[in-house]
Structures are given as structure tokens and as C-alpha cells.
Design a protein around this ligand. Structure first.
Ligand code: SF4
Length: 391
């Protein structure tokens, strides 16, 4: 990698929580021919660069779809990478004239937003679900374009955690510069606090991963959420009010002291409030907590097509090829991404809650069940109480 590219990559990694769009369209990798594989990714610049590097030495076409500069997982689950975006790049990039086949390989994590059946009906192109992580692309292509269970399973390894720690800490620590005019000696300690806490949260993930798993709750820790009643936020308000009262009652502390401690503790609170489960598909977002949904299969409708198995990031399904039916041996691992529901051609899957309310496939396809989708779908929340209702 050239020094200039290295620098751009570093900046984009540090700012990866923000959209970073690049040009959409067709990219030739090597010297592709009429039977070369066609792959697709989003137009988050960092992802495009990484996919291109992962494909070095392979002859292929890479389609870059418009995801508004957002990464595949967030864009697809947030409705920013949709059927329309894939259809658009397939029809306008010229790829149809360059290859004899009609098969496009998509990143597995796009399955929450792009529906295979819809694409086939509208364009004639068939989607093949690739691995969850671009680093497995080479093995996927050389292995007959079959994603093994290991390639499909999403993990949160230390390089990704390190990257997330830096991406989380960097913009927040830049904000610490605002205190420079009135608290110059506080800048470095504040930055240290931000980097220290972010590193602790993300790099220390394996230490409390089991705890999160065994509690059976999405959240439950003061970290990663402000909770249903915003208790950490209330405690912070009490803390600052206490400091103010102490200053007013002549306790010997200055208003500058109150401001500095109020600010420092608020910064710590913001970092501890990161919804880690929303930043990785390993766990469901804390925003799903109140829904109490579970994935449910209607075995009478299932014909064992297996798309659910191909797109699930946490290995929930096993397809019984003899009986032509899917089973859900890992149902407790479900992170409610909705990918299996979106892809099932027979509408055999849906979400249910303990009271018997269901979220239909149509609703999941339309609104998604995710961070952004929840906000988009919020007007439909009133439907929750109805049978066959929305999220
Ligand atoms: S079973 Fe759960 S985690 Fe797996 S694809 Fe379906 S909704 Fe997503």
C-alpha cells in the first residue's frame, strides 16, 4: 500500500463512525472476462479499498452500490442499502454486457436490506451470499463460491475491537480540544480518559462477553446503554447538582471545579453508554430489549431452501436436506437482524413475542428491525398490540 493510501486509510479508520462515500459503479479487478465473478459492495470508501485489496491477484468485477457512504451492515439494516440500490447498479454499470452469467456475490451482511427474490424478479440476476467478512473472499471464491459455517459466522476479534476502540475514542477525544481556552491542563487528562475507557470497553470485551451471554439480557450492565429509565444519566445529574450545592454552601470548591468534574464525568458517561451490541452483529442492539421477540419458523411453509442458513450471522439454522425443512438449534443466539425473514421465499419465518403478537415478513422487509429501522418504523409501534402487526 502506498504511503498516501495508508494515510487515507488511517484517517478513515479513525473516523469510521461517519459516512465516507466514494464513487459508485463498476471496478475491474485484474483482467476479468465473460465468466469472471461479479461481486458487490457498498460505497463506504474504507470497505471498497479493503475489498479491492482482498481480491488482489483475482480477475473479477466489483460493483459498488450506493449506500450513502455507510458500511454494509449499518446501511443494509438501516434501509440505506436496498433492493433499489442493487437494481440500479446492475442496470446502469454496464455489467450486463460484460459477462455471460447472471450471478452476483453479495456480502452476507447485506441480507437484511436486499431481498434475493425481488432482485431476481426485477433483473434476472441471482444473488449468491458471500462470506460475512471480506477477508474470507479469496477462500470463498477458490472454494467454489460456497460460504462455510466459519465464513458465515460473525465474530468480534481483537483487530475489529481495536479499530472500534480507536474509531470511538478519536472523535470524542477531539471534542476535548474545546476545553483548551478555559481548561488547558484538562485537555490531555480528558483525552486519556476517553482513550482509556474506549480501550477498556472494546479490548476487554472477552472478559465480560460470557457474562452478557449468561444473563440472557441484551443489556443489564450500566455500560452500553442508559437503560430504560436513563438511570446513569439521572445519577450524573444528581452528582452535578450535589457538586453545585456543595459549592453554593461554601464547601470550598470553585465553579470551575464543578464545571470540570461535570464535564469529565459526562464524557465518561457518554463513552460508557455506547451500545456495543449495536456496533457488532455479534449481539442484538439494546434497542431490541423491550421487544422480547424470538425467531419462529412455520415448518408447514418451509421447503428447506436454506437461505436462512446462508445469511444468519450467528449460525441459528440447520437445514435438513432429506426432510427439506430448516431447524433452529441455535435459536437462543438470534440477534434479531431479520435477514432470514427477508430472504425466506416462502415467508416461513417471522418474529413472535411471548404474548403471541407477531411481526410479519412484510413488515420486516419494509421497516427492518434495527437501529435506524426502529426509528423509521416508530409510527408502526402502535401496531405491536395487533396480531400480524408491525414492530
Ligand atoms: S435467526 Fe436471528 S440472527 Fe439469524 S438471520 Fe434470523 S433474525 Fe438474524
Amino acid at each position: 500500500m502506498r504511503l498516501g493510501d495508508l494515510w487515507v486509510n488511517l484517517v478513515q479508520t479513525l473516523l469510521r463512525v461517519f459516512p465516507f462515500p466514494c464513487e459508485t459503479g463498476l471496478v475491474k479487478i485484474g483482467n476479468p472476462g465473460r465468466s469472471s465473478p461479479v461481486l458487490l459492495t457498498c460505497n463506504f470508501r474504507l470497505t471498497v479499498e479493503r475489498v479491492k485489496r482482498a481480491l488482489e491477484g483475482i480477475d473479477a468485477y466489483l460493483l459498488v452500490a450506493n449506500s450513502r457512504g455507510v458500511n454494509v451492515w449499518c446501511a443494509a439494516t438501516g434501509g440505506l442499502l436496498s433492493n433499489h440500490d442493487l437494481v440500479s447498479v446492475l442496470k446502469t454499470s454496464g455489467i450486463q454486457d460484460l459477462v455471460d452469467h447472471r450471478k452476483v456475490i453479495l456480502p452476507q451482511l447485506a441480507a437484511t436490506g436486499i431481498e434475493g427474490r425481488n432482485i431476481r424478479e426485477r433483473t434476472g440476476w441471482r444473488i449468491v451470499w458471500g462470506p460475512a467478512h471480506f477477508s474470507a473472499l479469496r477462500a470463498f471464491l477458490s472454494g467454489g463460491q460456497v460460504a462455510t459455517p466459519e465464513m458465515r459466522r460473525v465474530s468480534f476479534e481483537w483487530p475489529q475491537r481495536l479499530e472500534m476502540a480507536a474509531a470511538w475514542a478519536f472523535p470524542i477525544s477531539l471534542a476535548a480540544l474545546f476545553v483548551l481556552p478555559w481548561w488547558p491542563s484538562g485537555v490531555l487528562p480528558l483525552m486519556g480518559l476517553v482513550w482509556g475507557l474506549s480501550s477498556l470497553i472494546f479490548l476487554g470485551f472477552p472478559l465480560y462477553e460470557g457474562w452478557i451471554r449468561t444473563t440472557g439480557k441484551n443489556v443489564g450492565f450500566v455500560f452500553f446503554d442508559f437503560g430504560q429509565y436513563g438511570i446513569p444519566l439521572l445519577l450524573w445529574v444528581v452528582f452535578v447538582l450535589g457538586l453545585m450545592a456543595y459549592a453554593l454552601l461554601g464547601g470550598g470548591i470553585s465553579w470551575g471545579f464543578v464545571l470540570r468534574w461535570g464535564l469529565s464525568s459526562f464524557v465518561a458517561l457518554l463513552i460508557l453508554g455506547v451500545d456495543l451490541m449495536g456496533s457488532t452483529p455479534v449481539y442484538k442492539s439494546g434497542l431490541h430489549e423491550e421487544r422480547l421477540l424470538r425467531i419462529a419458523l412455520d415448518a408447514g411453509l418451509c421447503k428447506g431452501a436454506g437461505f436462512c442458513e446462508q445469511v444468519c450471522p450467528v449460525d441459528v439454522f440447520q437445514v435438513d436436506d432429506e426432510r427439506r425443512v430448516a431447524t433452529l438449534p441455535g435459536a437462543e443466539r438470534c440477534v434479531q437482524c431479520g435477514a432470514c425473514i427477508v430472504q425466506c421465499p416462502f415467508d416461513a419465518l417471522q418474529f413472535e413475542n411471548p404474548t403471541g403478537d407477531v411481526v410479519t415478513p412484510e413488515t420486516v422487509r419494509r421497516f427492518k428491525l434495527n437501529l435506524l429501522g426502529k426509528r423509521i418504523a416508530s409510527p408502526g409501534k402502535s401496531e405491536q398490540g395487533q396480531k400480524s402487526a408491525g414492530p
